[in-house]
Every structure is written in structure tokens, then in C-alpha cells.
Write a new protein. Sequence first.
Length: 457
Amino acid sequence: MFFSIIFLIINLINSLDQCFTSSLYPPAEPPFNPPGNGVIMFSASLIHRSSPESPFYDPNYTREKHIQEGVRTSVARSRYFSQLNTLTKDYVAAPVSGWNLLMKYTMGTPAFNSYGIFDTGSSFTWVQCRPCVHCYKQGNYPIFNPQNSSTYRQIQCKDQEYCSMAPGHSCGSSTTEDPDFPFCVYHASYMDRSSRGVVSTETLTLSAENTSRTLSNMVFGCGHDNHDKSHSPGIVGVGNNTASLIRQLTVSHFSHYVFANGTHIRGVAHFGPGAFTSDVGMTTPLLPNDYGLYYLNLTGISVDGTEVNLPDGIFEKSIDKNGTEVGFIIDSGASYTMLRAEAFDILVSVIMDFMSEQTPESTEHFELCYRDISDAPEVVFHFNGLDYMLCDANLWIRHSGLYCLAMIRLKEREGKVSLLGFHQQRNVHIGYDLENNLLSLIYSGACPDDAADFLQG
């Protein structure tokens, strides 16, 4: 019944609710040039939803709620990635928070402005669509109405090449609600939110920094039954599987960079050879996996030049005897870095030894905090071929009047996949070379001398 109603409405109604015009303007990109020597083919604007420049900014959503949601989502994503080998339902996707990075794009003919959560932990893109069985309010932006676009197409069940790209896809007689529904249906479930609709194709355009790229026949999900508290229009999946925006753009190099100063968080994504640098000491291998995730080989951590004595292989990619995934992923969707408890506790202990003249404190969300970090030690993550120093602004966060280590302990019952979260990626050019399976991490400039400028909120 659900999709038969949608089918009737789509085919009988030529025009539905008129879209209202947003009075908000897209955020400006920071002046930043990626470090690669090649050509930047095109770019796209990024902004954090919590930034005041965001069209979805909610002044009533407090910083405390933002941090609480970020911690909750970070833990949930670690748990999800740890369970991928044992999941039996292919429609279960990585949990997302509405307080992540958003990518701006246009879709349809004529062009329709929209945003989606920029997610390296998933590879499928979907957007809310009219007519709605259930849709949520998405800020001041109207919901996409495919009836207003001359380039919109629904994927029929017989086109299995496209249909199979979608999570939880079903077709024809396998759609129990309406066995005669002729189009491919997807179902994506994210912790406490979900989207269901029709697998479709549409024209999508990315533009920023005086560049533009139009992708015809972009395969995406047109969501007619959506439940989400984030109020973001949808998801932009930039993982490394077939359905990913990156793979459909047929580019092998891309990057993202986000400038963060206090609550003002905005940036840009670049596409093309110039988005990546292959300089020695600046890259580390991306490890192969079946999920399109960006696994890295974190070999160790040092504090002020002293190697932390971590358990052997604690971040090594593997599957344990219970079928649980083990490893380390760079992830745009987790707000904070997650470290397995065995590593987290040792790191905290070593930092406390270096700062023994101060009394450590804690808050509801963070376990190691100080009133002054002027004498805080330098922390470096050692990847295979790449040493990544965490600037104070990325290592610490201002919370409850304290400076707190912006990392979360990953308890064994929560999973064994550690994550490099968004807080530790700010003000860093993150490049992906999918042709040679490499990742680069390069600060846009020197680490800030005064972390307090970046830690206020």
C-alpha cells in the first residue's frame, strides 16, 4: 500500500506543494589551496551544521547538546563498524548526527539547491522527496519535488545494475507491500532514524571556487518515508563503494578541508589530481576492505617524543574470534576520536605523568581535563609512513570551564574499531588517492600558538 500510493501520486499529480525560497545564502569557502601539484577539476562547499553561517543553524541548540550528541554518535559509529562482519541486514547503515559536515549541491532541471551530511562512512546518497508519506522539517529549505524536474528518472526493477547499488533494495514480487510496484525501493536505517523511498537518477551539480561539475544520471535515493531528528535534507555518501558520489563522479583523487575557529566551521572539498600530494612522509596506505571504509594502519602513539607502550596489534585490521571487526578508520561522521580502552587508558596515564604538577579533572563527557594546558605534551599518531602531530586545538576541547582531551574510551562491549574523529581533522587538508590507495594529512599552516582561540565555544 505504501509505495502504490506513492506511485499513484507521482503519476497523477503534475505539481505538488510549491517550494518556498530560502532567505539564507550559502557560506563562503575559506581561502585555501590544496598541496597537490595537479589540476583541481572542481570543488564543493562544506559547512558544519552548528556553524552560525549554516542555513540549518539552530541558536537554541546549545554547545552542551552538540557535544552530547557528538559523543553519542561517535560511540555508535564505532559499534556499527565493529559489527559489520556479523550484520545480517544490508539496510543497516552507519549512524549519523545532524551536527556533522554538510555538502552543498544542486540537483534537477531546473537546478534545486540542497545539502547533505558529508559521510565517509557510507556510500549511498539520498535526499527527502515529495510526495511525503512522512517527512521531517529541514530548516528553511524546501523538500525536493521530483515532479518539478525534467531530468528525474525512477529505476525500474529490471535494471539490477542500478538497483543493487542501494541499501536494503527490493523489487517487484520481493516488495511485500505492493508486489506490482515497478520501481526499485531502498531502505536505509541509521540507529534512531531511517529513510525509505525509490532508487532514482537525477542531474547533480557541485560548484565552488569558480569551478563546477555536473553529473548526469546520478544514482540516489528519493526518500518518501523519512524519520530523522537532524533536520538535514539527507546524506551524501563519499565512501569507496560503487554507489558512492566519488565513484559515480569517476574521480580517483579528492580531499576535504575544514577551517574551524571556535563555532565557525566551514570548508571545501576538492576533486582532481591536485587534491592530493604524494610527497614522502605525507601519505599512509588505505587498507583494503569490503565496506568502502577508509582503514588506516596506526602503528603507535607517542607523547613528547616517548613511545606509548600499547598492546601489540591493538589497531591492526583483523577479525577476532567472535567475528568482530578490529582496526582504525578515519571517519568524517564521528565527532571525536575513539580509542579502544586498553590504548586510551595508557595514553591518559602517560599524559597525566607529563602534567603531574596539575590536578586532573573530568566532565560528564570527557575523562581527562585540566584548567591550563600551556605545558601540555605533544601527542603524535604514527601511521605507516606518516607521523600526524595533533595540535592543541585538535587534541583538546573547551568544556565546563576546562580543557579536556577530545577523545573517548571505546569499551570492549561497544566495539573494537577505533576512529580518527572530526575534531582531530579540523584545519587539516585530508587527501584521498583511490587509484593508489593512499591518504594524506597536511595542516594548512603551522599549529596555532594559542589554542584558546580555537577552543572557545
